[in-house]
Design a protein around this ligand. Structure first.
Ligand SMILES: NC(=O)c1ccc[n+]([C@@H]2O[C@H](COP(=O)([O-])OP(=O)(O)OC[C@H]3O[C@@H](n4cnc5c(N)ncnc54)[C@H](OP(=O)(O)O)[C@@H]3O)[C@@H](O)[C@H]2O)c1
Length: 322
């Protein structure tokens, strides 16, 4: 098998396409012949060695889609020959080992690139909004970086739950795209005052749920924009990890909810089971759709990392494997 490997952390040149031995699988694992793999912001940090807990050497990639080639005896979610999408580390490779609970049947009429756009962004957005914040109908939700892979999935989930959604981005081009995908109001956080705009839009109410993914650069405004009893779900730090708040937020009964889908106790029993029930159904019915910016050959992974740094994409960049 072949894989995009990082032996020594570093810049874009640290990624090398290498031949490796095929991995073995355990009782509850699946070996997938990968056809497409999605790009995530976190991978750029993994490559650089600044992602918490990451060890080298590593095969890059966190999600993909392909054909089941081998299964362990305890696998229940698929059989050999099935087309699936999945969440698993090491997906930027021709073969990838996937845990049974992270394998999902490819929805009807989807091809592999659609499936590769789902594993991380949608599971993160579902865990954030449905499981952690428990969004309610008519909630006012602010989604930072609405054009990101997580943000564009969160938009569809929040709208599907009947929420009013405000999205932020650093460019008007991304905000126009967000309107095409159904966002109610948009704010360019680089040249508009977020707090002032949220208060105008909500008639001084604020928002019930805030999706915090940028961190230092925008956290003061997000915290100030929250309504009484509001919940901030914190899942990213693209713009810096240090966030300060005044304990006076108690007078507004704010809840700060941090999360990681890698380590949350309720992720497997609650997030994965409700995702299978509601989100997979939404994909099959067409009420939820993967958001793909572009598809590029797997040999262009360095270009994909450069695109993440350039921040012009809306939704997913997908690598296609031959
Ligand atoms: N907690 C979890 O379990 C979990 C799981 C998955 C992902 N995440 C996190 O969620 C965040 C989004 O991930 P993603 O894969 O959806 O990202 P993505 O598609 O690459 O988008 C990231 C967005 O972040 C914004 N951004 C702000 N400052 C940035 C900077 N300095 N460099 C690059 N982008 C910056 C950009 O939007 P604007 O230009 O519009 O600001 C960019 O489009 C990441 O922090 C990721 O680590 C967390």
């Amino acid at each position: 098998m072949w894989a995009w490997r990082v032996d020594d952390f570093g810049g874009i040149d640290a990624m090398k396409w290498k031949e490796l031995d095929e991995p073995s699988i355990s009782e509850d694992e699946i070996l997938v012949h990968v056809k497409a793999s999605g790009i995530n912001f976190a991978e750029t940090r993994m490559r650089a060695g600044t992602y918490t807990g990451i060890k080298r050497p590593l095969t890059l990639g966190l999600e993909g889609a392909g054909v089941v080639e081998k299964i362990g005896p305890n696998v229940k979610n698929c059989k050999i020959g099935d087309k699936i999408f999945f969440r698993a580390r090491g997906s930027h490779a021709t073969k990838c080992v996937v845990k049974d609970y992270h394998a999902f049947p490819l929805p009807k009429n989807w091809d592999f690139k659609d499936g590769a756009a789902v594993g991380v962004g949608w599971l993160t957005a579902w865990h954030a909004l449905y499981v952690t914040a428990k969004v309610k109908k008519h909630s006012k939700v602010l989604i930072e970086a609405i054009a990101s892979s997580v943000g564009s999935a969160a938009l569809q989930i929040a709208k599907n739950q009947g929420c009013f959604v405000i999205g932020t981005a650093s460019s008007d081009a991304k905000l126009s795209k967000a309107k095409e995908w159904g966002v109610d109001e948009v704010i360019n956080y680089k040249n508009e005052n977020v707090l002032q705009r949220v208060m105008e839009i909500t008639s001084n109410y604020g928002v019930d749920v805030g999706c915090m993914t940028i961190g230092t650069e925008t956290s003061d405004d997000l915290i100030a924009s929250m309504a009484n009893g509001g919940k901030i779900v914190m899942y990213g730090s693209t713009g810096g990890r240090e966030v300060k708040f005044d304990l006076g937020i108690g007078s507004r009964n704010l809840q700060l909810l941090s999360m990681s889908i890698d380590t949350a106790d309720n992720y497997v029993p609650e997030t994965l089971s409700t995702f299978r029930k509601y989100v997979l159904d939404g994909f099959n019915q067409g009420s939820f759709k993967p958001v793909i910016d572009r598809v590029i050959p797997s040999s262009d992974l360095p270009k994909a990392h450069k695109m993440v740094d350039d921040r012009k994409h809306f939704g997913k960049i997908i690598l296609e494997f031959n």
